[in-house]
Design a protein. Structure first.
Length: 402
């Protein structure tokens, strides 16, 4: 009997040790800060000094140049690559930036993360960072969760420009509320089968990107929004979408030096871009995703001036309003309108144009490099699109008439 009790004590000590090494939930949740990329900051500061702009526009550029995006995120368990850890947050938290800063202790220790994959459908981003400390074990992804199930929202709501850890409890009130039920008129949804978890675990600005955990400490979803016209209605991106984003991130990590994989992905993105840019019912979300921050910094304001000078009064008002809501988004839209106008003037692409004409002099595997594709238009003009691979996808870096 004494021997048996001794064995139980050893087992209990082992369980305690395992629990300690896994850490508390707080230790796998982090505060995320992102500044604009250097190119965008310089461009916006330059435009804020432009005397030809209205005072409101100059202030908007200055505000955008100095703005800091903040949010939350968490380490994922079971997706380690040596010391490289996978980290999930909302895409809007890192949008416009290139060096997200991660802190697990309210800002005292900062880790510089790399953006591995940004989901073009849901508001999700997968980052990588090196963590030598085994405290941050991370969370597994839930295989299932039920209506009325108790959940907890973890994150760092912002107070006085600094996040302080918070956890709140609530229940799932709808495990899959459809996009059509939230905003029937939204043409930028994540697709016909898109849905979100509706729940009552409240979270404040700054906690978006944090995990929504089940009682077993598994991730049911990623907190992303709340409904302003409803009390205690909060939305999380479901675990299925998180798993898909992680699969894409793993694929990117494995193949980003594979010429054939990169070439096939580039041709596919280019073909979809050409189809959508010429469509009367454009997929705005996808098209905006294709415009790189570098192109916005270099050409965005020029494109905005072109659009403002060439559209009708009412459309000009819409463009102006979009600019004051989100300069980066409006500048991306202006670049897309500029390209669409050029293609339309030249009667559109040839019917058999399939983005096959990659420039043989460009190294498709070069990190941060560019690849040019010549597009044949109907009037025998050629449009050269220059692409760069970033955040797990191909983005437009430049465009020129040939």
């Amino acid at each position: 009997m004494a021997h048996f009790r001794h064995m139980l004590m050893i087992a209990a000590i082992a369980l305690i040790a395992i629990a300690c090494t896994r850490g508390t939930p707080k230790e796998s949740v982090a505060y995320v800060r992102t500044m604009l990329s250097e190119d965008l900051r310089k461009s916006f500061f330059k435009q804020s000094a432009n005397e030809d702009l209205t005072e409101t526009s100059r202030n908007k550029f200055l505000e955008a140049a100095t703005a800091e995006s903040v949010g939350s995120g968490f380490v994922v368990f079971g997706h380690d690559h040596d010391e490289i850890r996978m980290f999930i947050t909302n895409k809007h938290v890192i949008e416009g930036g290139d060096r997200p800063l991660i802190s697990f202790d309210d800002g005292h220790t900062l880790h510089v993360a790399q953006i591995l994959y940004a989901d073009p459908s849901y508001d999700l981003a997968v980052l990588t960072l090196k963590l030598y400390d085994q405290t941050h074990k991370g969370f597994g992804i839930a295989e299932k969760y039920e209506n009325t199930e108790e959940v907890s929202a973890l994150g760092y709501p912002v107070a006085k420009r600094k996040g302080t850890f918070q956890t709140t409890k609530g229940n799932i009130s709808d495990p899959c509320i459809k996009q059509s039920d939230l905003a029937p008129e939204d043409k930028e949804s994540a697709g016909g089968d898109a849905c979100w978890i509706k729940h009552t675990a409240s979270f404040d600005p700054g906690s978006s990107g944090g995990p929504l955990l089940t009682k077993s400490q598994k991730v049911a979803g990623v907190n992303t929004a709340f409904l302003p016209d409803k009390n205690s209605v909060f939305l999380a991106i479901p675990a299925t979408a998180v798993n898909r984003a992680l699969e894409h991130a793993e694929e990117t990590l494995e193949h980003r030096s594979d010429p054939e994989w990169l070439r096939n992905g580039l041709k596919s993105t280019c073909r979809k871009f050409m189809d959508e840019i010429a469509s009367s019912e454009q997929n705005y979300r996808f098209l905006h995703e294709t415009i790189s921050n570098a192109l916005v910094a270099e050409y965005g304001h020029q494109a905005l001036e072109f659009v403002m000078n060439s559209v009708s009064f009412w459309n000009g008002r819409i463009v102006s309003s979009a600019f004051h809501d989100s300069p980066i988004r409006a500048l991306r839209g202006a670049i897309l309108q500029t390209i669409a106008s050029f293609i339309k003037v030249h009667d559109g692409p040839l019917n058999d144009e399939r983005c096959q004409h990659l420039n043989a002099n460009d190294d498709i595997t070069k990190p941060g490099g560019t690849v040019r594709i010549a597009i044949n238009l109907q009037d025998k003009t050629k449009l050269e699109l220059t692409w760069t691979f970033e955040e797990g996808t191909w983005r437009l870096r430049d465009f020129n008439k040939m």
